[in-house]
Design a protein around this ligand. Structure first.
Ligand code: SAH
Length: 413
């Protein structure tokens, strides 16, 4: 449960802000971020979560209102642009209803696990809400939401049907510097509404059953962004020996089995994730003996499979984000190259490769070119089957919201 009286409140006095011309233009075009160095003047300093109102320099017209975030280079995170609106529970409730309406198609096909709110693209900067059946998991990426938590949760209760609400906090929010937990009595994995989320939650995706640990699992517990790619794998898997690299809890493995895969080899560094993978396989009625799990580092695991002269007919590679900062770009590119080369060495003739990237700094075109070039340099010829991007519940409202891309290709040997 949550003691709202312990949370910070936002100041009744809004911060009034003027920004550079380029930032004004970006706001007019709907871009949701104002960087620290775009700010020319502000009325006063303010605290995290105070509302910052940006006026244009020429006519003093309202441009946007957003969350002030003094600890982030993205200093103002826009909630509403061009048309002034009161930021309160009703405002959030309308945005939540709109987000829910966008996902109707998924709900209609019987999927009960999906992303309900994808940050800025749904009007909630630096905030994610994922649905796991009756359980919602809200992940905060900034302390600027804390003064608005009561309005936000009230809006959720008004606009959305659910039983349980679990809070997840980003690494930054859990860090010593911010110390949110200690200051306000909040902790990562805390259940804010309902009971029972300490046990795994179960949900349905494209007719398949999964369980997730929403309190301790990666991100919010499952990776909904790959749903459409998993469905493609299901359609390609018949009769194939499948290698699922960075399998996590087996999203791709279960879909491959549902599509008639002959065997699965799943590789991940997380043992608890592999335990859940086995549970997910059995939940859907497939025999555990079809699945071989290898716990360990993917790079050395792949090398061992190569040395053992193993061959597969479908190799899925879905690594974590390697490039989150500019400095890590070079290493990320090297890592992708090595993964492509090793995956191709393990592919039999006419085998299929699915190579994904969720590094937002590596743009789609660059990634596709990188995969194709890595294959060529290693002496392999690929026929591109499909290039994919974002699913319906991860709408790309502005360029920086695009991070996921995947290449499906067939190996010509
Ligand atoms: N394919 C998964 C999601 C993968 S997320 C799905 O569809 O659900 C990335 C995974 O990579 C995580 O499970 C993480 O445990 C794993 N991982 C991170 N570093 C790794 C490494 N060096 N070797 C193997 N697995 C790693």
């Amino acid at each position: 449960m949550i003691d709202y009286s312990r949370l910070p409140t936002s100041s009744a006095k809004n911060i009034s802000v003027r920004v550079k011309g380029a930032a004004e233009r970006a706001l007019r075009q709907g871009h949701p971020w104002v960087f620290e160095d775009a700010i020319l003047r502000q009325s006063h300093l303010g605290n995290a979560g105070d509302l910052a109102v940006i006026y244009d320099r020429e006519k003093n017209n309202f441009l946007a209102v957003g969350l002030y975030d003094p600890l982030s280079p993205i200093r103002i995170k826009v909630l509403q642009a061009l048309q002034p609106m009161r930021i309160d529970r009703d405002f959030f409730a309308e945005k939540l209803k709109a987000a829910q309406a966008k996902r109707e198609a998924l709900i209609n096909e019987g999927t009960t696990g999906y992303r309900l709110v994808y940050g800025e693209s749904d009007g909630f900067p630096a905030l994610i809400i994922d649905r796991y059946g009756d359980t919602l998991v809200m992940k905060l990426y900034t302390s600027a939401w804390l003064p608005h938590l009561q309005a936000l949760i009230g809006a959720l209760e008004e606009a959305i049907v659910f039983d349980n609400l679990v809070l997840r906090l980003s690494r930054a929010l859990q860090s010593d510097r911010l110390n949110v937990a200690k200051l306000y009595g909040l902790e990562d994995g805390q259940q804010l509404i309902g009971a029972g989320a300490d046990k795994p939650v179960t949900f349905v995706e494209n007719g398949l059953l999964f369980q997730a640990d929403v309190r301790k699992g990666h991100k919010t517990g499952f990776f909904y962004d790959q749903r459409d790619n998993r469905q493609m794998v299901r359609e390609m898997a018949k009769g194939r020996r499948v290698l699922d690299v960075f399998s996590y809890t087996g999203g791709f493995s279960v879909y491959a089995l549902a599509g008639g895969a002959r065997t699965i080899t799943a590789l991940d560094i997380s043992e608890p994730a592999l335990e859940t993978l086995k549970v997910n396989v059995e939940k859907n009625g497939y025999e555990a003996k079809l699945v071989d799990v290898i716990a360990g580092d993917a790079f050395s695991g792949l090398m061992q499979l190569i040395q053992a002269r193993r061959q597969f007919n479908l190799v899925i590679v879905d690594p974590p984000a390697f490039a989150n900062s500019r400095a890590s770009m070079r290493n990320a590119v090297m890592a992708y190259r090595r993964l492509v080369e090793m995956a191709l060495r393990l592919l039999a003739k006419d085998g299929l490769l699915m190579m994904a990237s969720c590094s937002s700094r590596i743009k789609a075109d660059m990634f596709f070119e990188l995969v194709e070039r890595s294959a060529k340099v290693s002496g392999y010829k690929l026929d591109i089957v499909e290039k994919t991007g974002h699913a319906l519940d991860h709408p790309v409202g502005f360029p920086e919201a695009a991070y996921l891309k995947a290449l499906f290709a067939r190996l010509r040997k």
